[in-house]
Design a protein around this ligand. Structure first.
Ligand code: ADP
Length: 254
């Protein structure tokens, strides 16, 4: 039976992820350890930008910065503050997802329309990275929460754009595969090694911390994707090869 919704029959093809989750849920010690690790990570991630902000403010206050250098320092304070805001937003989103089951106000959501919205929202960002972003597919509906699914697709497409190269492509597809509503986000970017593929869904895990910082990543995007998929009883599959690209499929129940 499904760990989150015992009434719901389990689709055989959804078993692997759900079994893993069951194991995680049963292992209380592991859960406590992962909570502890999460708090330690949160503190560290929040402390780093705050330490910089406080340091910059201090040296400006003490008159240690030449007047012409002040705009540059203000810019760094602004960047570090934006990073803090992004982090806090993602942490709040995650704790909300942790607490809630799929709300009773779930509706029939058209996943193609969601992808269309996300693609048009991210078009300027794709241009900024010199990446061609396109959409194809057909209308298909699933039971779900529109804003959460929107956030999930946004994170996947944003990653496909960010972890790409100049002249790269991102193809978003929505439709049905073997009667399952499905969303696919495919890029020909930097790819993810086999050993990192499992780990990228962990909170704060980033393959290349410096690159991720440059692109404004928090390391929480794929955790949000995973939690949203779980809430919707959806399965995520990753196909990726370093230097070739990444394809992520999200498959919903029929
Ligand atoms: P971030 O905020 O750092 O983007 P995510 O949780 O969204 O965090 O992703 C975790 C890590 O997985 C990223 O830092 C990146 O290293 C890797 N990653 C995610 N999506 C892709 C992709 N499409 N191509 C290559 N690497 C990716």
């Amino acid at each position: 039976n499904h760990p989150l919704n015992p009434e719901k029959p389990l689709y055989p093809e959804f078993r692997p992820l759900l079994e893993r989750l069951d194991e995680q849920n049963q292992d209380k010690e592991l859960a406590a350890k992962s909570r502890q690790e999460f708090s330690a990570n949160v503190s560290h991630e929040l402390k780093t930008p705050l330490t910089s902000i406080s340091g910059y403010a201090e040296i400006i206050r003490d008159g240690l910065v030449q007047p012409e250098d002040i705009p540059g320092f203000a810019d760094r304070i602004h960047q570090e503050s934006s990073r803090l805001l992004a982090l806090i937003g993602d942490i709040m989103e995650l704790s909300r997802l942790d607490e809630s089951g799929l709300p009773p106000d779930a509706t029939d959501v058209d996943i193609f329309d969601i992808c269309k919205d996300v693609v048009s929202r991210l078009q300027p960002r794709a241009m900024e990275f010199f990446v061609a972003l396109s959409l194809s597919g057909t209308h298909a509906t699933t039971r779900g929460v529109s804003v959460l699914l929107h956030e999930m697709v946004y994170n996947l497409v944003d990653n496909a754009v960010k972890y790409n190269k100049e002249g790269g492509h991102v193809k978003v597809w929505a439709g049905r595969t073997l009667d399952h509503p499905q969303i696919r986000v495919e890029d020909d970017g930097i790819g993810i090694s086999l050993e990192d593929q499992e780990r990228v869904f962990e909170r704060f895990y980033r393959v290349d911390k410096s690159h991720s910082k440059e692109t404004g990543g928090t390391g929480l995007g794929l955790s949000i994707v995973k939690h949203t998929a779980i809430l919707h009883h959806a399965e995520i599959t990753v196909n990726s090869e370093v230097g070739v690209g990444t394809r992520i499929d999200v498959t919903f129940p029929t």
